[in-house]
Design a protein around this ligand. Sequence first.
Ligand code: ARG
Length: 612
Amino acid sequence: MRGFRVTDVVAIKDQVEAAVQAALTEVLPAELAGADPVVRRSDRADFQSNATLAVAKKAHRAPRDIAADVVTHVAEGESPKIDAEVSGPGFLNLTVPDQMIWSNVAARLADDRLGVSTSRTGERVVVDYSAPNVAKQMHVGHLRSTIIGDTLARVFDHLGAGVIRQNHIGDWGTQFGMLIQYLDEHPDAAWRGRGAETMDALDGLYKAARKEFEADPAFADRARSRVVALQAGDEATVATWRDLVAESETAFEAIYQRLNIQLDHDNFDGESRYNPALPGIVEALTEAGIAIESDGAMVTFTDGVVNADGDPVPLIVRKRDGGYGYAATDLATIRLRVDEYRADRILYVVDARQALHFRLVFDTARRAGWLPESVHARHVAFGTVLGTDGRPFKTRSGDTVRLTDLLDEAVGRAHAILAERDTGLDAEELDAIANAAGIAAVKYADLSNTRTKDYVYDPAQMVSFTGNTGVYLQYAHARIRSILRKAEQTPPDTTATGTAATSAAGPDAGEPGMLAGVDVTAPLEPAERALALALDEFDQALRDVADTLEPHRLCGYLYAVATAYTKFYDTCPVLTAPNPTTRTNRLALCDLTGRTLDTGLGLLGITAPERM
Ligand code: ARG
């Protein structure tokens, strides 16, 4: 377990921002103090600031003029000095000294959080995710919710927030009357205790029950009485319902384990849990005049929400037949999460097609006073998974694709690719790594796409060792680990000047210029610089994910790190570095890159094997 402590590492970018900001404060009139230094990475220097352009008008001065003054002040700053230079209409090109970069690498290496701060400390976040339905096969939509929700939960947790994971499984509703009645009338239908097969069996039985329900009015009547029996707590009916829920949960848990998802029994927060609260919800809404009667149902309306004909769209909190449903249940989740869990933020990771539902639910809850403005409730919507034909992902016969089959396929493909490579792994290791790679492929393919967009599920592409794939990142990490292992076995020539590399991250005896084994006074190659500056953005990348709720930003970041590493490795020999100091410093960069990839992949719920 990593301790949640505030990191001591100050990002290079933050140091540059502070220097520019301090200079701006000196240069600008007092009322413009604290102006945003607008520092960005740049191709021309390490960073660029165009703050002068933004404040020039208010300061009644030419941007170039202000920039020139900033340059003077930055030059007077603390050493090691950042180099500033005026460019174009008044931009500032900012170059940081080599020593600042090496010091930063060393400081990150010495920090078990790799420079990531606990910026979300004190915040409580409820993440509602996965939420498959009892007695039904989990489909790719649930897979998306599961993978995205898990990553968001991990990132908030890593940033120090208190995270409450909740799996709002569909374990209640009139459909259970139909299914239980059907099972009763077909006692030989074997569905219990068959693990993954149980869900298959139930899925089939569910479809058969629905068919009979539609074709046979007498069965439909018996099914309806069964709903009444379930709600009245009839012992035999409730027992079967409990069995259905338990068997389904076991099957879901098996998938979570296989996918390395942080959900288990303790996180189940099924719809049934809220059942007793529903009459009170509708009563309170009715008394407040928020729910009104419409066609025998109780509904709420939200200002400005109309359908294609311009008619207001109702949120049905109680159906005409007196039953409560999905909407009332979601209002109840809000009450629990706000009143008891004291959530500051509630994230509902659910298919984009439920956008209207959540809009109406949140609006109703706000008006009822159950969701104060200070609590952020967000529908974290995601797009549809498409097949390579561009249509919603289904089997050829139009059935839901079984998640286990999907994972088996990805693992099989990864296995085939690994077996072809000359990895020197024994069969058992190969199986374990193929498994890690297959799962990584599926998860990363999902996470690396813009969340709200539909994406094409392409099993051949996602297991590729090249390009923006989870497997590529795992491979980049494994290559680094292999270099570090080799470095330990082959110490450098210690007769040459410089310090021997024992462990790149190891604390070093207090020699001047040395920090955590890194010689911070060493020169810096452009590719080393680019890699170090990419590693400097880890904290920012994670904060971006939490701010935008977009996991693809972390994927893009890790891919950029891996790419910068490849360029570094191609141009800067590590094990055969020209001298021990260079070797030590480069090993430090390797180590930091490896650990950043490992931690980053971990936040995506992806394991990073030691070899591949
Ligand atoms: N069980 C629902 C479905 O399969 C998703 C539930 C999402 N969570 C929620 N609080 N409504 O569509």
